[in-house]
Design a binder for this molecule. Structure first.
Ligand SMILES: [Cu+2]
Length: 147
């Protein structure tokens, strides 16, 4: 049986205050996260020929892919995608709203690898699909804008 002598009351008070402070501290650390400073991020993206026979696989239209299937930025960042096509077919970098884009790169020739710079200002958080119009679903990925 616990007797409420002054020593026990003090011990209980100390334990309770530590518990309350811990909960408040945890709550504050979750509640206050300063937003990361906006940055300009350069990202190099390549069309990739995976060199297999896609007609042997179900659900594929082609064997092309992007070199990266996830691009992650913070809301507020400016993303500069440097898109290159070192393959023998044309490719697109296509996105719907709000980051609407449709850049077409012609096939590589003997003296030129085509490229384009795509600038995206990440004003809206979320996960946004990008794809090549000619080689979906394999040639696709997601832009992740962290809020
Ligand atoms: Cu393509």
């Amino acid at each position: 049986m616990v007797t409420w002598n002054p020593r026990n009351i003090i011990a209980t008070a100390v334990l309770l205050s530590a518990l309350v402070a811990g909960i408040i501290g945890l709550g504050v650390s979750y509640a206050y996260r300063p937003p990361p400073a906006a940055q300009t991020r350069d990202f190099y993206l390549f069309a990739v020929d995976q060199s297999f026979n896609s007609s042997l696989a179900t659900g594929l239209k082609a064997d092309y892919d992007f070199s990266a299937n996830v691009i992650t930025v913070n809301k507020g960042d400016t993303l500069m995608i440097h898109f290159y096509n070192p393959t023998d077919e044309a490719h697109t970098f296509t996105m719907g709203s709000p980051y609407t884009s449709d850049v077409v790169l012609p096939a590589m020739t003997s003296n030129l690898i085509s490229s384009a710079n795509i600038t995206i200002t990440a004003t809206q958080a979320g996960i946004f699909h990008y794809y090549c119009r000619f080689h979906s679903p394999s040639m696709s990925g997601n832009l992740v804008v962290q809020g």
